[in-house]
Ligand binder design. Structure first.
Ligand SMILES: [Zn+2]
Length: 259
């Protein structure tokens, strides 16, 4: 992804996604014989001991993602959980119960629940499952490569020839719906598509700037994201090194600031 934030100097602040995974797990585990409804009832009683239990309904829904939601309406608590989590171990469903009920009742819950939940979603097998679900269930509208003034296919193939020995498989190429200034380009690996901001479909905008954005996204194709526990290293050192081979890099970055 290339957004305007990347034009700023890189800070050295700690990665908020990084967790210390070496500490022993301080939390109790869910009892394994509990049904999802029983888990929600127990966690709710723990968070709101004086509140009478509402009727609880837990549904697993066919989603293209791992989103879940909770709603309390006329005494009925409805929890909708993405079916990708249907076979999740009880401690994961318990963690999600803490997260959702905490949100609903504005109660702070121990951060370890959220960490445990996110760590599970970030597991390799879960990521693969989610990618597959997105591909099968999610539909993503992508315009064709041909814009009003510029053709992304031509630009892709020229860069592919010049910098990648023509070896990159061409993904779907499209223009964003709106001429975004903050999201200049984006590579979506689950749909295998590069989307370029419509702002570049303009013969008055410098071609070099567009070429650089395309080159950057093509590097994402070349260097897949390196998953490290909860940390996603999107721009690895080898990515940055390869990016520096782009001729007139500094000039191109300057142009992006003045779009
Ligand atoms: Zn990027």
């Amino acid at each position: 992804m290339l957004n305007s934030k990347e034009m700023q100097p890189r800070g050295s602040s700690a990665d908020p996604d990084a967790y210390d995974l070496t500490r022993p797990e301080p939390l109790q585990s869910a009892l394994f014989f509990e049904t999802p409804i029983e888990i929600y009832a127990r966690v709710l009683q723990e968070l709101k001991p004086r509140t009478p239990l509402p009727e609880i309904r837990v549904e697993f829904r066919r989603y293209a993602n791992a989103n879940s939601s909770i709603r309390l309406e006329s005494g009925l608590l409805t929890v909708k959980i993405a079916d990708v989590l249907e076979g999740a171990p009880a401690p994961i469903l318990e963690s999600l119960a803490y997260i959702l009920l905490g949100k609903l009742y504005r109660k702070t819950v121990p951060g370890a629940y959220e960490r445990r939940y996110r760590l599970y979603l970030n597991r390799r097998d879960m990521r693969q499952k989610l990618n597959l679900m997105r591909q099968i269930r999610g539909r993503k509208f992508v315009s064709g490569p041909e814009g009003a003034h510029r053709n992304l296919e031509e630009i892709f193939e020229r860069l592919n020839h010049d910098f990648f020995d023509g070896l990159l498989g061409r993904p779907q190429l499209g223009w964003s719906r709106l001429p975004s200034r903050c999201m200049l380009g984006h590579f979506d690996p689950s749909h295998n598509v590069i989307v370029i901001s419509r702002i570049f479909d303009d013969s008055k905008k410098p071609l070099l700037a567009l070429e650089y954005v395309m080159f950057h996204e093509m590097l994402h194709l070349r260097f897949p994201v390196d998953h490290h526990g909860l940390r996603r290293r999107v721009h690895t050192r080898e990515f940055r090194q390869a990016e520096r081979t782009f001729p007139r890099l500094a000039e191109a970055k300057e142009l992006l600031k003045k779009l």
